[in-house]
Ligand binder design. Structure first.
Ligand code: PLP
Length: 430
């Protein structure tokens, strides 16, 4: 099936009532037929549901659909994108090990990596830039993962995944890719060497700003058994799950099964089935929405680029964007509907523009049907020093637009009046 069809039908074959929409299984637990069936489900010997911290039939459809779209073997949904980021790391690493990451990261991921994981004894080594060569020297015998965002948020850099995967794999380390901004419609990291894919479903997948959610996808390719010393948690009996050897019993789903039965089961960041239902609704229209998002973003980016009150504009769809070539290769020539820019008059003028917008919603989300505006340096990336901001690719004056589905002329009109306010303020301050 094509993506457009999977987005609507994938993973759902109907159920006994023949409900067309995926039903919301608003239940905490499932009745076992008998003790033997209960034991078989708990032992992962037989498929089935037991307790909804671990799995749920509504969530199960979303998991199957996401796995299909990402060309993976299995997926796991969680309560938020950050739950997915942290579950990915906690499934792979423990105290005394390290993770190597590209620096262009979403703010909370950056904070989690730089401040939280080290307090748990997991070191995160940030590369100085997004080149595969820069990562190679940071990997050692204790490295458990190489991490990147396929398109950095908000830096907008498109990563050369194949080069990064080659470096990681040559050292026996899996590549973990946060594919939130691209979505599986623009890019399938598993087809370019990624081993684990992370999503915030809160963004484009949900698409309407109504439900938080996250996902992990197992690409099913990483050979855990080839690296028994690096991955004892996959290759030795698991004490947290009655001695299961995940790499042996679950081969191409070992990561997904361990993430569910050890990490999610014991940390509990479960997605509510009602949110799974909302995210499934969003997913159905993702392919159609993305086309309009991109078209509108191009109009807005071109409008900003043509206006002399604007100092700089960054849009992956412009040939002068540093990632344009990589976007041709990895995003099939498409671009995400994220536009960043700075205005003449710098930081202060940028904030006046931010305050003056009427149609764009001032908030820290992206991928909504509504157009959104954010000032990363004072919000999502507020904890970062000036040096850290430079490393993750955020000039202090950067304004980030997530261009929505309204008529683009209305969006340009809104920007026009806000630019007028910003310019007037800048002149009166001179
Ligand atoms: N990853 C990326 C690239 C994001 O942009 C975000 C949120 O903006 C997250 C992860 C975290 O997602 P959530 O807000 O659903 O926890």
């Amino acid at each position: 099936m094509h993506d457009e069809t999977i987005a609507i039908h994938g993973g759902y074959e109907g159920e006994s009532t023949r409900a067309v929409a995926v039903p919301i299984y608003q239940t905490v637990a499932h009745d076992f037929a008998d003790a033997a069936q209960a034991a078989a489900v708990f032992d992962l010997q037989s498929p089935g549901f037991h307790y909804n911290r671990i799995n749920n039939p509504t969530n199960d459809v979303l998991e199957r659909r996401i796995a299909m779209l990402e060309s993976g073997t299995a997926a796991l949904v969680l309560a938020s994108g950050m739950a997915a980021v942290s579950a990915a790391i906690l499934t792979l690493a423990e105290a005394g090990t390290n993770v190597v990451s590209l620096p262009q990261l979403y703010g909370a991921t950056y904070t989690y990596f730089v401040h939280v994981l080290p307090s748990l004894g997991i070191e995160v080594r940030l590369a100085p830039d997004d080149r595969a060569d820069s990562v190679a020297g940071l990997i050692d015998g204790r490295t458990r993962a190489v991490f990147c965002e396929s398109i950095g948020n908000p830096a907008g850099n498109v990563v050369d995944l194949e080069a990064l995967a080659a470096v990681a794999h040559s050292r026996g380390v899996p590549l973990v890719v946060d594919n939130t901004v691209a979505t599986p419609l623009l890019l399938k990291p598993a087809e370019h060497g990624a081993d684990i894919i992370v999503h915030s479903l809160t963004k484009f997948v949900g698409g309407h700003g109504t439900a938080l959610g996250g996902a992990l996808v197992d690409a099913g390719r990483f050979g855990w058994s080839e690296h028994p010393d690096r991955f004892p948690a996959f290759c030795q009996p698991e004490p947290a799950f009655h001695g299961v050897v995940f790499a042996e019993e679950f081969a191409d789903r070992a990561f997904a099964v361990r993430a569910r039965s050890v990490t999610l089961r014991n940390t509990g960041a479960t997605l509510a089935p009602f949110n799974a239902f909302l995210l499934l609704q969003g997913l159905e229209t993702l392919p159609a929405r993305l086309e309009r998002h991109e078209r509108n973003a191009r109009v807005v980016a071109e409008y900003l680029a043509s206006d002399e009150r604007v100092a700089w504009v960054s849009f992956v769809g412009f040939p002068e964007h540093p990632s344009f070539e990589l976007a041709q290769r990895y995003l099939k020539g498409h671009a995400p509907s994220i536009v960043t820019f700075g205005v003449e008059g710098g930081y202060e003028a940028g904030l006046t523009l931010f305050d003056s917008l009427k149609l764009f919603k001032r908030l820290v989300n992206l991928g909504d049907a509504k157009s959104l505006v954010a000032h990363p340096a004072s919000t999502t990336h507020r904890q970062l020093t000036r040096e850290d901001l430079a490393l993750v690719g955020i000039p202090p004056e950067m304004i980030r637009l997530s261009v929505g589905l309204e008529h683009p002329d209305d969006l340009c009109d809104d920007l026009d009046q806000a630019l007028a306010a910003a310019t007037k303020r800048a002149r009166s301050n001179r």
